[in-house]
Design a protein around this ligand. Structure first.
Ligand SMILES: *[C@@H]1O[C@H](CO)[C@@H](O)[C@H](O)[C@H]1NC(C)=O
Ligand SMILES: *[C@@H]1O[C@H](CO)[C@@H](O)[C@H](O)[C@H]1NC(C)=O
Ligand SMILES: *[C@@H]1O[C@H](CO)[C@@H](O)[C@H](O)[C@H]1NC(C)=O
Ligand SMILES: *[C@@H]1O[C@H](CO)[C@@H](O)[C@H](O)[C@H]1NC(C)=O
Ligand SMILES: *[C@@H]1O[C@H](CO)[C@@H](O)[C@H](O)[C@H]1NC(C)=O
Ligand SMILES: *[C@@H]1O[C@H](CO)[C@@H](O)[C@H](O)[C@H]1NC(C)=O
Ligand SMILES: *[C@@H]1O[C@H](CO)[C@@H](O)[C@H](O)[C@H]1NC(C)=O
Ligand SMILES: *[C@@H]1O[C@H](CO)[C@@H](O)[C@H](O)[C@H]1NC(C)=O
Ligand SMILES: *[C@@H]1O[C@H](CO)[C@@H](O)[C@H](O)[C@H]1NC(C)=O
Ligand SMILES: *[C@@H]1O[C@H](CO)[C@@H](O)[C@H](O)[C@H]1NC(C)=O
Ligand SMILES: *[C@@H]1O[C@H](CO)[C@@H](O)[C@H](O)[C@H]1NC(C)=O
Length: 629
């Protein structure tokens, strides 16, 4: 037995040795490129349940439910057949950006040709906000909109969810039949959960445009500008519908959160946001912080009944959105996108600095132990860290090219380089798995086996490990213009970083096709009872029609709660706030502790995209392959 074991061990070693010689990195990259391209929709598909609607040019993206625990429960989360295909621009925007970067900063075969990039960009084009009066305003929505004649507005429409819910009971019957045929256990639990979630899903149909998709599209525009030679005409087409930079900046500032403003449109925020970032605004009273939604209170009061409203009728701050906006602005300034620079006003500079500082502060303070509130829509921590590191990479590059930049960019560089080169490295060191090579976020980490023993499935392990490599490379290298290689910066810990990168790359090469390529790139803001905004201290309680109400004498089951605005206006000093935390709201104590994303009863819908995982893995490998060793 022992001998056999040794022989097979030897055999494996020889194999690895020879595969190494045959440059497995190239093979893996080829395979990834192929897998990603297979997930792009090349023929549009119409909805006819159980066949999902698929929009031409988009990449696969799925809505799943975060069940966890015993094998049959975990199966409801990861089953090959249990998901809703989702047509959103976010996944496709990121996949396109990442494919381009794998060739810009990495050494890899061509990741995407002109034709396929062209249909992806055309698909994204359909996600413009159509409620704008001016032309070419680059304001984007997560889902594309359809015109509603009754209300005379364009409304966000996640088509498969919409079709599914339109005839929900009939579709549930079909779902039940399919699940039974598949031999899936505990169907009743899933159906129950679907019924509950369907109510939440209804609200999401009404969402306004957001700054996250908006600035993702700006970053993409900058890349298209830089790659005009390689992908002719795509940038020119992009410009036709996205050129109104003045309006973009007006809107960014108009909807930003200014806690000390006298205007309630500007100083009011979701009580969940206030809970985690109140110390930041105490210390930065002049802050202007970018928000998630392009809508204010005055507008939601006017237009909610016409089918455009923020969830819970109020804006919030999500640190992942902040990271993407920061990147969009950084790239537009450094690479001079249209006339963007001309509108980089004093207020925009403040917004830029506040947003950069907030990202650094959040990381340094471990999100005040409330990642569920700080990354309210985007729970993947590794993904957030990568989005934030992308600005640092561009700023470092610009410094090496001696570009003259507005001083505020240098200030943000200082803040980001400190946090990414110290705190983030420590975070990775503290969270690396026992193999010292790979990383888990939260999908599947609380699964148990048939004997009730913890048995994590590592469904986001590929994604989290690849993003860790991407963060380290973004934080510690720059692209050398003369050689086209990524060079390590001078830093006392470079060797430590190189070892971390090497280990993760070896692990990825060996395991990339052994685990599920899931991720949790997006979610609803409510992950369970504790994430409902109503339980957090607030000082505004009113309905859309302006009538105020008393939360202590209000039945939480009353239907008019959907029209309630529960928010924090202005600044509340800490003494008062602590007292408010100790009080009940709607007869419920303030949830002050976060117990992770896998808590019984807290199963929530999440968005996963396999080609997104494969493309960030490709980026990690391509960049590693281009390091000046
Ligand atoms: C667009 O213009 C119309 C008519 O001037 C006005 O009623 C509407 O509120 C405007 N919409 C926006 C988003 O500014
Ligand atoms: C809120 O939106 C309304 C309608 O578009 C606008 O008139 C108002 O100026 C906005 N408030 C702020 C503070 O920008
Ligand atoms: C139009 O919008 C109203 C208000 O949101 C909604 O009740 C109605 O179902 C919508 N109509 C269609 C066809 O989506
Ligand atoms: C980088 O290299 C390109 C072509 O080699 C050149 O056109 C460009 O000016 C260089 N940029 C800098 C900042 O040196
Ligand atoms: C930037 O400036 C430094 C110092 O003046 C110089 O050594 C370096 O060559 C310059 N780099 C580029 C890309 O021009
Ligand atoms: C990382 O791996 C590369 C390539 O295998 C090697 O050249 C380099 O020495 C390694 N670095 C460290 C610090 O181990
Ligand atoms: C719901 O709340 C509203 C506003 O406070 C009140 O007018 C209404 O009577 C309540 N409805 C029920 C069924 O209690
Ligand atoms: C305002 O809205 C609430 C909730 O929808 C409702 O109960 C109340 O009657 C309304 N008040 C007025 C004055 O219309
Ligand atoms: C905090 O605010 C309350 C209410 O506005 C006020 O009475 C109290 O004096 C303030 N405390 C401090 C320390 O500013
Ligand atoms: C508040 O909750 C307690 C239990 O936590 C319950 O006994 C009480 O009836 C509730 N009060 C109201 C007004 O709902
Ligand atoms: C999930 O797993 C993590 C890591 O093993 C653990 O800290 C946490 O308590 C678990 N949560 C639940 C609800 O089991």
């Amino acid at each position: 037995m022992m001998l056999l074991h040794k022989i097979s061990y030897l055999f494996i070693c020889i194999c690895i040795y020879y595969t190494n010689a045959a440059s497995p990195i190239d093979e893996v990259m080829d395979k990834l490129i192929k897998l990603i391209s297979e997930e792009q929709i090349l023929e549009p598909v119409k909805f006819r349940f159980p066949i999902w609607e698929k929009q031409l040019g988009l990449y696969r993206s799925e809505i799943r439910l975060d069940f966890f625990g015993k094998p049959y429960e975990a199966d409801l989360r990861k089953n090959k057949y249990i998901y809703v295909f989702d047509n959103n621009m976010f996944a496709t925007g990121w996949i396109s950006a990442v494919l381009l970067e794998a060739n810009m900063y990495g050494r890899a075969p061509l990741t995407i040709d002109n034709e396929h990039l062209s249909i992806a960009i055309d698909a994204i084009e359909k996600f413009h906000d159509h409620n704008q009066n001016e032309s070419s305003v680059p304001l984007m929505t997560f889902w594309s909109q359809v015109y509603n004649q009754t209300t005379d507005t364009w409304q966000s429409a996640p088509d498969n969810l919409r079709y599914l819910i339109t005839d929900f009971d009939k579709n549930l019957e079909v779902i039940e039949v399919i699940l039974k045929a598949l031999g899936i256990k505990n169907i009743a639990e899933l159906i129950d959960k679907l019924r509950t979630s369907s109510a939440q899903f209804k609200d999401v149909f009404e969402i306004p445009p957001d700054f996250d998709d908006t600035y993702l599209n700006i970053g993409l525009g900058v890349q298209l500008k830089l790659l005009q030679d390689k992908y002719p005409s795509i940038y020119l087409r992009w410009l036709q519908t996205n050129s109104n930079m003045k309006k973009l900046i007006d809107l960014t500032l108009q909807y930003a959160y200014r806690p000390f403003s006298q205007d309630s449109d500007k100083n009011t925020i979701d009580p969940r946001t206030y809970y985690w970032l109140r110390d930041f605004i105490r210390d930065n009273p002049q802050a202007i912080i970018v928000t998630t939604w392009a809508q204010n209170l005055t507008e939601v009061k006017k237009i909610a009944h016409r089918g455009i409203r923020m969830p819970f009728n109020l804006n919030n701050v999500d640190v992942t959105v902040s990271a993407n906006v920061l990147y969009g602005i950084t790239s537009a300034i450094i690479y001079d996108l249209l006339d963007f620079k001309n509108y980089f006003t004093q207020d925009m500079e403040t917004l830029y600095l506040s947003t950069g500082s907030l990202i650094a502060w959040s990381i340094k303070n471990s999100m005040k132990d409330r990642p569920d509130l700080a990354q309210v829509y985007y729970p993947s921590h590794y993904n957030f860290l990568w989005y934030g590191s992308r600005s640092l990479f561009l700023l470092e590059l610009a410094r090496h090219q001696n570009k003259s930049l507005p001083d505020v960019l240098n200030r943000v560089y200082t803040v980001l380089s400190d946090v990414y080169r110290n705190d983030v490295v420590k975070y990775f060191q503290q969270h690396v798995r026992l193999d010292k090579s790979s990383y888990d976020d939260f999908l599947g980490i609380n699964d148990t086996n048939l004997f009730d023993k913890l048995e994590p499935t590592g469904e986001d392990r590929i994604f989290s490990t690849a993003q860790t490599v991407n963060v380290l490379i973004s934080s510690f290298t720059y692209l050398d213009n003369a050689t086209g290689k990524l060079k390590w910066i001078n830093d006392r810990q470079i060797e430590t970083i190189q070892i971390m990168v090497n280990k993760s790359i070896s692990w990825l090469l060996e395991n990339v096709f052994k685990y599920q390529p899931f991720n949790c790139f997006f979610s609803g803001s409510v992950k369970g009872f504790n994430q409902l905004p109503f339980w957090y201290p607030a000082n505004i309680y009113q309905f859309l029609n302006g009538t105020t109400f008393d939360p202590n004498h209000f039945d939480i089951n009353n239907e008019s709660l959907v029209d309630a605005i529960v928010g924090v206006s202005g600044y509340i000093n800490e003494t008062t706030y602590q007292r408010m935390i100790s009080e009940k709201h709607f007869n419920v104590s303030t949830p002050t502790i976060f117990n992770g994303y896998n808590v019984p009863g807290g199963e929530f819908p999440f968005w996963s995209s396999q080609p997104y995982t494969y493309s960030v893995t490709l980026l990690a490998l391509a960049q590693y392959n281009n390091l000046d060793k």
